[in-house]
Design a protein around this ligand. Structure first.
Ligand code: AMP
Ligand code: GLY
Length: 433
């Protein structure tokens, strides 16, 4: 592949992970990011461009002579930023506004899954309190109530308390109410050009804020890969029953999906079920998946952006493991506090590259100090021969980081590293396996 200038859109730990991998790719001649964050500034040139402004992003890409634009987060995708770039004839990794509805509307995703025969939870779309009450009654506890629109992983309430379920439905307006899915969760990503689908390696995310899967849902507090409790046949099954049929259905509708298709899955006692689709790389799962990907990233993303994935060599992966632990600000997810100094970052990095810090909500203060500027402040990623070693390295690094009031989970990959089943979000599960 000839050299390529790459522009990454976004500024979270996922984009830092993408930029880190791209910066290590010899085919990438220049790396730019908008808006980026204090950590990304170490590997890419930052541009203060509004990531939701498609025209501004396309202008920036054209001005830089970018040969590939990678759109990280869902908000710009749903706002049509990929379309604006594609319209200028610049290859872009990320779906169109219409295809990104797969993430932007839970009701749309359910409709696509029904048409494609993809297994998912039975559900009702409800717009009034009466409809919501009927649907909750039909399924019984535990209740699952999802805001129809984008909510950064925080629009979902899973509860056995009927009043709480009704209150969430009333607060959201249009909701999807669905049956509860038991069993461990898996995040499986696939790179697609709208026709060919290339699955990546599965990871597991920890969605609840506190140890033991207690507390509210978050964007994700940690992740690990590979999953010692899931065999390779899982990926084959999900490709055949979920990923390929979904991509085929969107192409059939005239809105092909190209970019990253993220399947959030429950491995239930009755088989694999889709919990949700996302239209972009997951955060923090991307940190562990990319830590293990050996195939250079730019060529993979460019092949998807230009419709040539069928020509790609099979992906290569490290045999080792990766673990990432999110350090969150005090008050996250409800009301994170920001503006505090983040210290110990250099000490947390391992000289041999086996542990490193990926920034999410950070910014540089006037004196050059790194300050917290978001709920998930950073995620520490570590690799090792096995999960136990990767986990130890990740937590050694977390212990060196100082941020007043911060919190993190201490049980990321704990059960998986012990060789046991991981359960839902890592909880020991006596249902599925
Ligand atoms: P979502 O935003 O749809 O991924 O939901 C966030 C989290 O809520 C998921 O990762 C699950 O832990 C939980 N969840 C969502 N839907 C269900 C369901 N039908 N049954 C059980 N848990 C669910
Ligand atoms: N880790 C969950 C997400 O990216 O939506």
């Amino acid at each position: 592949m000839p050299g390529v200038k790459v522009l990454v859109i976004g500024g979270g730990a996922r984009e830092h992970a993408l930029c880190r991998s791209l910066s290590l790719d010899p085919d990438v001649t220049e790396l730019h990011c908008a808006p980026g964050n204090a950590g990304i500034a170490q590997v890419a040139r930052l541009h203060p461009v509004d990531q939701l402004d498609g025209a501004a992003v396309a202008d920036l890409a054209a001005g830089l002579g970018a040969g590939l634009v990678v759109v990280g987060p869902e908000a710009p995708l749903v706002a049509g930023v990929a379309d604006a770039v594609r319209d200028r004839g610049i290859p872009v990794f990320g779906p169109s506004r219409e295809a990104a509805l797969l993430e932007g509307s839970k009701a749309f995703a359910k409709d696509v899954m029904a048409a494609a025969g993809v297994p998912t939870a039975r559900s009702y779309v409800c717009t009034t309190p009466e409809e919501a009450a009927d649907a909750l009654d039909a399924f019984g506890a535990p209740y699952v109530v999802k805001d129809d629109g984008l909510a950064a992983g925080k629009g979902v309430v899973v509860t056995s308390d009927l009043q709480e379920a009704l209150a969430h439905a009333a607060a959201c307006g249009r909701v999807v109410i669905e049956e509860f899915l038991d069993g461990p969760e898996v995040s499986l990503f696939a790179v697609t050009d709208g026709t060919t689908v290339v699955p990546l390696q599965p990871a597991q995310d920890f969605k609840r804020a506190h140890d033991g899967d207690e507390g509210p849902n978050t964007g994700g507090m940690g992740a690990y890969s590979p999953l010692p409790w899931a065999g390779p046949e899982l990926v084959d099954e999900v490709l055949a029953t979920v990923l390929q049929p979904t991509v085929d259905e969107l192409r059939r509708r005239g809105t092909p999906f190209s970019g990253l298709l993220y399947a959030g899955l429950a491995i239930t006692s009755r088989g694999v079920r889709v919990i949700e689709f996302n239209a972009r790389f997951g955060d923090p799962e991307t940190q562990v998946v990319l830590a293990r990907l050996r195939t250079p990233l730019a060529g993979l993303l460019l092949a998807a952006a230009t419709g040539r994935l069928d020509e790609l060599e099979p992906l290569r992966w490290s045999d080792g493991a990766a673990v990432t632990v999110v350090v969150a600000a005090e008050g996250y997810p409800a009301s994170p506090r920001s503006g505090d100094p983040v210290e110990g970052l250099a000490e947390a990095e391992a000289a041999d590259g086996t542990a490193y810090v990926l920034h999410a909500g950070t910014r540089l203060g006037e004196d050059g100090a790194v300050l917290s500027a978001g709920g998930r402040v950073l995620s520490v990623t570590a690799v090792g021969e096995d999960l136990a070693l990767a986990r130890r390295r990740a937590y050694d690094a977390v212990a060196r980081i100082r941020l007043a009031g911060s919190h993190h989970r201490t049980d990321i990959a704990l059960r998986a590293a012990g060789g046991q089943d991981a359960g839902r979000d890592g909880r020991q599960d006596d249902g599925a396996r």
